[in-house]
Design a protein around this ligand. Sequence first.
Ligand code: ZN
Length: 85
Amino acid sequence: MNFKKCIRCGCFFSSKDDICPNCAPKDLFEMSKLKSFLCNSVEETTVREMSNGTGIEESNINRFMNNKDFMKSVEKEKNNTNINL
Ligand SMILES: [Zn+2]
């Protein structure tokens, strides 16, 4: 069994994920928050602006932005929003 260190709280756990089960819901919550923030922002936003706008730590935002699946789902949602307008 492989033990990993959670990137959010630093606890050790065994999983293939980078986030422990305790932090997983927080991550999901922040991702959906960031997603709606990005979908509602028309212009390019810096990580700092995202952090100020959502209250999410910059390090976590950077991590989400590097998550291809997350960014794909943001793009998808953005396109849907534009069609509805
Ligand atoms: Zn954790």
